[in-house]
Design a protein around this ligand. Structure first.
Ligand code: CTP
Ligand code: MG
Length: 254
């Protein structure tokens, strides 16, 4: 007979541990010539540092894995050392790959075993508020295998037959009902085992991690995203990002 005075291991509540993988290995072609996008400055601080701080701002996050440009790991490590970051958070830096999907996979490969919730967050979304991060983590803790923050669209979206020559008129194929569409952001949150299985199974080209989980036949849920979680993609986005930072400074009374 077992010793009834002690709870069985299954009855001991195990605290969930959350890690974030930050793919930051892209070149930023659409932003124009210059350093890799994640290393470009916003108000004097590299975009990547803003993104790392945005993740480490969540008390639930205990590890951040940065996936650096392949020839930029040393630079990224010294940037992390040079900027103030919360002491409760651990940091790892690994080199990235040719595609975002490969970079995320390389980040997942570096995860120590004791994390059961994994977030994936674009370095190119440096200004996501902590409430959005916490909302995603909360939904995974509540049992969802995959969670994405998203917003309704402002523009109507049309599906077209893409032109083979740039600038040629493109025939419209369909107009999905805008009210049913959402623009998806990051951080996307996952039950670790699900995300790893998705990355091992799905080989199609995808533009986000949640769509790989959808391909496994599992349900992905949407929680509210935030305007400030926009992706810095084109030059005008840099202007917007610096304006958001300036507004925050004013509101913080600096
Ligand atoms: N990313 C990555 N590894 C790649 C490509 C992209 O880690 N091989 C990362 C980017 O650094 C970025 C995120 O994935 O944080 C989203 O990608 P995107 O906004 O497309 O960034 P880039 O690929 O750098 O930009 P572009 O497509 O304009 O070159
Ligand atoms: Mg890209």
């Amino acid at each position: 007979m077992s010793d009834v005075s002690r709870p069985s291991p299954a009855a001991v509540p195990v605290e969930t541990r959350t890690a974030v993988v930050i793919p930051a290995a892209g070149k930023g072609v659409r932003l124009g010539p210059g350093a890799p996008k994640a290393l470009r400055a916003l108000n004097g601080t590299p975009m990547l540092i803003h993104a790392v701080r945005a993740m480490a701002a969540s008390r639930a996050v205990s590890l951040v894995v940065v996936v650096a440009p392949p020839d930029g790991t040393a630079e990224v490590k010294s940037l992390l050392d040079a900027h103030a970051l919360p002491e409760r958070t651990d940091f790892l830096v690994v080199p990235g790959g040719e595609t975002r999907q490969e970079s995320v996979k390389l980040g997942l490969d570096a995860l120590p075993p004791d994390y059961d919730i994994v977030l994936v967050h674009d370095a190119a979304r440096p200004l996501v508020p902590v409430d959005t991060v916490d909302g995603v983590i909360e939904a995974v803790r509540d049992g969802a295998s995959a969670v994405v923050p998203a917003l309704p669209l402002a523009d109507t979206v049309k599906e077209v037959e893409p032109a083979t020559v740039t600038g040629e008129p493109e025939p419209v194929v369909a107009t999905p009902r805008r009210a049913r569409l959402r623009a998806v952001q990051t951080p996307q949150g996952f039950d670790r085992a699900t995300l790893i299985r998705a990355h091992e199974t799905v080989t199609d080209d995808v533009t986000d991690d949640a769509s790989m989980v959808e391909q496994l036949g599992l349900t992905v849920v949407v929680v509210p995203g935030h305007e400030e979680a926009f992706k810095v993609t084109r030059p005008l986005d840099l202007v917007l990002a610096e304006a958001v930072l300036a507004r925050r400074r004013l509101n913080d009374g600096f």
